[in-house]
Design a protein around this ligand. Structure first.
Ligand code: PMP
Length: 322
């Protein structure tokens, strides 16, 4: 779908997958006005297909557009575009439990020019790819590196938007994590380098017995849809679920005194991933017993059961496509 100043959204098309041809002075290539989303379509037990909370992705896409000075796509148009892509061949959607069809809606500037200002032409596109189960051979806890040298986002910056620049800014820290033998980066706040924000592509939850806490939306972390869903699912299951501030020192101290029993990360790609160990320049420690925790696995099953239709959708989150 195209957007042109003065005309709005027009020319929706469903076309075969193909390379985009682009002018070298396309503004996106220089000033990075890009935003994207990620969501999944799951096969239901009766053979139909449903996407998980596409309206929530659509609203986050609008928020990202506002931050990047781009036009907002109506929620219905976003959802209809995702639906159209999935519906043209539902055989794309795997039939096997955790497997899904991953949808990647995105928007780029399409105006040609070298002036630094919001473009007056944009392109909204959705592509899709079947996605296997994230873990094969059992859920495996990840090791994380606390990045104190680099920050991903600052207050007032673009951290709460899903835009390419945030991910570009994270690449060297991800490489540093790998050099330290860790799977993922955990980001701290930019100001004090003390408060836990999120993981590379996932939000975090801290489990204190019957209570789960996720870092509050500081303005510089992504408001994850899985994070939001888990606040509600955890409450349904009888846990106390809250948003709060957790510092690196709190994390270490609560591990040592045994009050922090589990930590997990959550996002569309992996649903829920246990965090097994933590490393920083100053210290390293194991989370709980380093194995996937009971609460983590219970929440993981509850969310996946809902997405795959094994349990009733009491929140009205599944968007059926027939
Ligand atoms: N944080 C970041 C930086 C991410 O890229 C993602 C993945 N979209 C998340 C958190 C989790 O968000 P969601 O649950 O909507 O996938």
């Amino acid at each position: 779908i195209k957007w042109t100043e003065g005309r709005g959204w027009h020319d929706a098309q469903l076309v075969p997958y193909a390379p985009l041809s682009m002018d070298p002075a396309n503004m996106t290539l220089h000033y990075a006005q890009t935003i994207f989303e990620g969501l999944k379509a799951y096969r239901q037990p009766d053979g139909t297909v449903a996407t998980f909370r596409p309206d929530a992705n659509a609203r986050r896409f609008q928020a990202s557009a506002r931050r990047l000075g781009m036009p907002e796509l109506p929620v219905e148009t976003f959802v209809a575009a995702c639906d159209a892509l999935v519906k043209q061949d539902k055989n794309w959607v795997p039939t096997n439990g955790e497997e899904s069809l991953y949808l990647r809606p995105f928007m780029i500037a399409s105006e040609v020019g070298l002036g630094v200002r919001p473009a007056n032409e944009y392109l909204f596109i959705v592509i899709a790819s079947p996605a296997g189960a994230y873990f094969t051979g059992g859920v495996k806890p990840v090791s994380v590196w606390l990045s104190q040298e680099y920050v991903r986002a600052v207050r007032g910056g673009t951290g709460a938007a899903k835009t390419g620049g945030n991910y570009a800014a994270s690449l060297v820290a991800q490489a540093q994590a790998a050099q330290h033998g860790c799977d993922q980066v955990v980001w701290l706040d930019a100001l004090e380098r003390r408060w836990i924000e999120e993981m590379g592509g996932m939000n975090l939850y801290f489990v204190y017995g019957n209570k789960i806490v996720t870092p509050e939306l500081s303005g510089s972390l992504l408001p994850g849809i899985t994070r939001d869903s888990l606040l509600k699912i955890a409450t349904d299951l009888g846990y106390e679920a809250a948003e709060g501030r957790i510092s690196v020192d709190d994390w270490k101290a609560a591990t040592e005194d045994g009050s922090l029993t589990e930590v997990f990360a959550c996002g569309t790609a992996a649903v829920i991933t246990p965090v097994g160990s933590v490393k920083s320049e100053a210290a390293s420690w194991t989370v709980g017993d380093g194995k996937p925790g009971e609460v983590t696995m219970k929440l993981r099953k509850a969310l996946l059961d809902l997405q795959t239709g094994a349990t009733p959708d009491t929140h009205g989150w599944m968007h059926p496509l027939g």
